[in-house]
Design a binder for this molecule. Structure first.
Ligand SMILES: Nc1nc2c(c(=O)[nH]1)N[C@H]1C(S)=C(S)[C@@H](COP(=O)(O)O)O[C@H]1N2
Ligand SMILES: [Mo]
Length: 434
């Protein structure tokens, strides 16, 4: 499936030098294959090509075609697939009703091609710690990480900074997420802090960056699809994990098995999947998608459609206050005047949610809901309540969360920004009273 430009990918449009794209008319097959070394094809397939020397120049490996149809990923259920190269899939709100998001319902946001499952063997996995501000660079096997460092588990929200992008007007380039690029599984791993302390931090260390094993969309192994990170203070938090398990099981393939980085309350783009290397930096990390307008917001509000210079943008840190109505499913019918249970989750980046209100009259009046405490910092919080719909007809249920700083979700779109980040408008569902 090839979707039109704004639906494809944040920064990397699907171009003709993509391995699954046929050679452009007129270009020789040799020219086409010339762009892809055998090594990059092998890496993308995840296995040695036995009769490589017999492979016709320009042949597009059938292994790539297997990915194309049907849309779907083994182990995933109930997700809406927005794209297949790279794989992008989000969860409809009602699919996120569980307190702890099961692996099958966790969204997928790939910037490149996921490494082939055969290349992700935990017993062969290694993590390198390096960078100019690392005291004693070292490599750990996954086994050593598990044996030598204490294990910790936290339930933490994972949300793409572009979640909600599809509503911005004028539209912004990137994955057109509706509301489902979010989930809150329970992560288990070792603390990044413990591992960094073992390797020693030089005094000038200020930032960390990650590198994963995924393959650039072009197939070029020298290119990196994404390499982001976070300031050292964030990297040293209790909850910042090198996670090797999710919900007590292996992390799903598309979500970073066998090792991923997890930060609490920050854009999910900081949480490197298929983690191979961490670099300790003496400056803000400058990897792929750290610079320019990637994951940055204008320092001051701008009129929709404005071009904002990079120096007037700041890197996104804590995510904003937000909520979802996960029950009932939007579109249901409900008998007039009967109690209708409503529930969902609310979260607020590095902050706690202090209240969730619902409205059935387009925001004219609001009713407070019962709100649970988070099981730990950075976990989402369950809210629930009941309403009665007074007469037959169409209603919308709106939910609005407020954080411990007194900030509430806007009822209309928040500030437009060039990349369409941080849309935390109130979630709405449709209900018909019959
Ligand atoms: N190695 C690697 N890590 C990555 C990405 C990626 O493409 N490659 N995507 C990032 C982005 S933009 C998001 S939103 C999250 C998505 O995590 P998920 O696919 O497990 O939901 O992973 C982040 N970590
Ligand atoms: Mo993302």
């Amino acid at each position: 499936m090839h979707l039109p430009a704004p639906y494809s990918d944040e920064l990397e449009p699907l171009t003709s030098n993509h391995p699954d794209t046929p050679p452009p008319a007129g270009a020789s097959r040799r020219e086409f294959l010339g762009k892809f070394s055998l090594a990059s094809l092998t890496a993308a397939i995840g296995a040695e090509i036995v009769f490589a020397e017999k492979m016709p120049a320009g042949l597009i490996p059938a292994a790539f075609a297997q990915e194309a149809a049907p849309m779907g990923v083994p182990g995933k259920e109930g997700l809406t697939f927005l794209n297949d190269r790279p794989v992008l899939a989000e969860a409809p709100a009602h699919v996120l009703d569980d307190d702890i998001t099961p692996g099958k319902h966790l969204f997928i946001r790939n910037n490149g091609h996921a490494p082939a499952p055969e290349t992700l063997k935990p017993e062969n996995w290694k993590l390198e710690i390096a960078g100019e501000s690392c005291g004693k660079p070292a490599t750990f096997t996954l086994g050593e990480l598990k044996e030598q460092f204490e294990h910790h588990s936290y339930q933490m929200v994972l949300e793409c900074a572009g979640n909600g992008r599809s509503e911005f007007n004028p539209p912004t380039h990137g994955t057109q997420w509706t509301t489902g690029a979010v989930g809150c599984p329970k992560w288990t791993g070792v603390r990044l802090r413990d591992v960094l302390k073992r390797c020693g931090l030089q005094e000038n260390a200020v930032y960390i960056g990650y590198y994963g094993a995924d393959i650039h969309l072009s197939g070029d192994v020298k290119k990196t699809s994404i390499s982001r990170g976070a300031p050292l203070r964030k990297a040293l938090e209790d909850e910042t994990l090198l996670a090797f398990a999710m919900n007590g099981e292996d992390i799903p393939w598309m979500n970073g098995h066998p090792l991923r980085l997890v930060f609490g309350g920050w854009p999910a783009s900081t949480c490197g999947k298929w983690l191979k290397k961490i670099v300790v930096r003496d400056r803000e990390h400058d990897g792929e998608k750290m610079t320019g307008d990637s994951y940055r917001m204008p320092r001051h509000p701008v009129a929709p459609g404005t071009k904002v210079p990079a120096e007037e943008m700041d890197i996104i840190g804590s995510m904003p206050v937000k909520s979802l109505v996960t029950f009932p499913q939007s579109g249901i019918s409900q008998p007039v005047a009967q109690a209708l249970t409503l529930r969902g989750h609310a979260w607020a980046g590095e902050h706690e949610v202090t209240a969730v209100h619902v409205s059935i009259d387009f925001g004219a009046t609001w009713q407070q809901t019962t709100l649970a405490k988070p099981v730990n910092r950075y976990a989402w919080q369950r809210w629930q309540t009941q309403v009665r719909l007074p007469q037959k007809g169409y209603y919308e249920v709106w939910a609005r969360a407020t954080d411990d700083q007194g900030r509430s979700q806007p009822m209309v779109l928040p500030g437009w920004n060039p990349k369409g980040y941080l849309n935390n408008t109130c979630h709405r569902i449709a209900v018909q009273a019959v």
